[in-house]
Design a protein around this ligand. Structure first.
Ligand code: ADP
Ligand code: GLC
Length: 499
């Protein structure tokens, strides 16, 4: 089957978070199952292509007042996984992918409309897929256009589409007059389609118009149907619950394994853990703590700094945390208040908390390998990849039991010797502190701690099983289309708008 991935980031070409890891890795696993995958992403300033060729010189994208012309590049691709980059420098040759510290780029609606429309047009020449698989709000207009502007286009008559939610917290909200600017019909601006509290909601459009909606863990697929986690779209999802499912993300162990990681000071494995202490030394060196006692546990954090990630809990209990025998190393960047908070804490507790405000892949790998524990106290977490990477590195996760964190970490039970980490449920500083203390206590018994480390290291979260689940979803949406269900498998009685 030919599947076209449409997304705003993809490893190794562009990345701000886990979406890029998924879009870089899942296609390889699908190809291993015999599928053919095309990946469409924007060509950003940050996208470094060593060997690129132009495959399409000029794709016309209409706006209300003018036409814009994009081109499409490719790079060294295998027959099974092809990369296509939509090139339009006025929109994508910029300092960052989505915005700067001053805020999101004001023309993000135009940027990602142009991207998705160029993908639809380009696919007519490069190969119309059996299934478009779109990810997050940046590609959400594709299913909308497929079932509106392009609904009569014979090229797409049999094409199905699947939409994956990686994060409900980012929806793509724009003022109503964006619709005519993007040549989209006004009748999309109703409550049953894209209208959302007076604004146009791109993500909502995808949730209404996609044939199938997936998200990145089983638990999150349930959580987003509740008011607490649905960000106002829980009703839309509940309406189509029969075609919403959760498929857990996998890990690309070619990139994330202590047995072959090229960024770390020493390699190690469950059979021979001895290299991990060298990684710990190297980590403490890179964080300016060369004389730290190697017996003191190191708790690592690698994160985008955003409210989602739960770091406000640390600030609630940091005074008491600092009394514990532990060192915290933090790598992150993002929202200013959290950057400032961590910088302040590192000044207040210089021997306890070391911080780098940066986005740095090499250091992220060093933390995975060199820390003893990895902290993710997220308020919500659709899947979370770092805790799964941590398992492989024998770096024991301490997580809040939400979304994918809850699905991937099993609580440690010293009596049975089962479990892979530590979890807390209540979103409070007290619960966080109690769980950290529990982990620190467990760390004192190094022999059972090694059992705990190995339990995690021996887990297998590679992509194979999840890729097979996606394969089933693709089969299902194709059958539904072939069966003449029409534009969407959303309950047609509730959604008469869908063709
Ligand atoms: P999210 O996508 O919500 O940011 P995930 O846990 O799914 O969370 O994925 C985050 C990815 O981004 C991981 O690969 C992680 O290593 C990487 N990452 C996050 N912050 C940084 C950073 N400051 N420097 C380097 N890598 C980072
Ligand atoms: C999002 C989520 C994260 C998930 C990632 C990849 O950015 O915040 O939990 O792992 O997407 O699906």
């Amino acid at each position: 089957m030919h599947i076209a991935f449409v997304a705003s980031e993809c490893v190794p070409f562009s990345k701000t978070g886990g979406l890029a890891d998924v879009v870089g890795a899942l296609p390889k696993a699908l190809a291993a199952l015999g599928h053919q995958v095309s990946i469409y992403v924007p060509h950003y300033r940050q996208t470094r292509l060593t060997d690129s060729q132009i495959v399409l010189k000029s794709i016309t994208v209409p706006f209300d007042d003018k036409y814009r012309f994009a081109s499409v590049l490719t790079t060294d691709s295998s027959a099974a996984v092809r990369f296509y980059f939509v090139d339009y420098p006025p929109f994508f040759d910029r300092e960052a992918l989505y915005g700067t510290s001053a805020g999101d780029y004001p023309d993000n609606a135009e940027r990602f409309y142009l991207f998705t429309r160029a993908v639809l047009e380009a696919s007519k020449i490069l190969g119309v897929p059996h299934v478009f698989h779109c990810h997050d709000w940046q590609s959400a207009l594709l299913p909308v256009m497929l079932r509106t502007l392009y609904s009569e286009d014979p090229a797409f008559r049999d094409v199905a589409n699947v939409f994956t939610i990686h994060n409900m917290g980012y929806q793509g909200l724009f003022p109503p007059d964006i619709l005519p600017l993007l040549t989209l019909p006004w009748d999309l601006f109703t409550m049953s389609k894209m209208e959302f509290f007076g604004q146009v909601n791109f993500l909502k459009g995808a949730l209404v118009f996609s044939d199938f909606v997936t998200t990145v863990s089983r638990k999150y697929s349930q959580e987003i149907q509740t008011t607490e986690y649905g960000f106002g779209l829980e009703g839309v999802l509940r309406n189509r619950a029969a075609t919403v499912t959760g498929i857990l993300n996998g890990v690309d162990y070619e990139d994330w394994s202590p047995q072959n990681d090229k960024f770390i000071a020493a390699r190690y494995s469950p059979q021979d853990l001895s290299g991990k202490v060298n990684c710990k030394k190297d980590l403490l060196n890179s964080f300016g703590m060369p004389n730290a006692d190697l017996n003191v546990p190191v708790v690592g954090i690698v994160s985008r700094f955003a409210a989602q990630k739960g770091f406000d809990l640390i600030s609630q209990v940091v005074d008491r945390m600092a009394r514990e025998e532990m060192i915290m190393v933090v790598l992150g960047a993002g929202d200013k208040p959290y950057e400032e908070m961590f910088q302040r804490l590192s000044k207040q507790f210089p021997n306890k908390i070391a911080v780098k405000i940066a986005y740095d892949n090499a250091i992220a790998h060093k933390i995975e390998a060199g820390a003893d524990m990895f902290l993710m106290p997220s308020r919500y977490e659709p899947c979370g990849l770092n805790q799964i990477y941590s398992l492989k590195y024998g770096t024991v996760p301490i997580v809040r039991a939400t979304g994918g964190l809850d699905d991937t970490i099993e609580p440690w039970d010293v009596r049975s010797g089962k479990g892979t980490g530590f979890k807390f449920t209540e979103y409070t500083g007290e619960a966080l502190l109690a769980t950290i203390k529990q982990a620190l206590l467990a760390f004192r018994d190094q022999s059972s701690w090694q059992t705990l480390m190995r339990n995690g290291m021996n887990k297998d979260f590679s992509w194979g099983a999840s890729a097979r689940e996606y394969g089933k979803v693709y089969d299902r949406v194709r059958q539904l289309r072939a069966g003449g269900v029409g534009g969407s498998v959303v309950d047609l009685k509730k959604e008469p708008v869908l063709r």
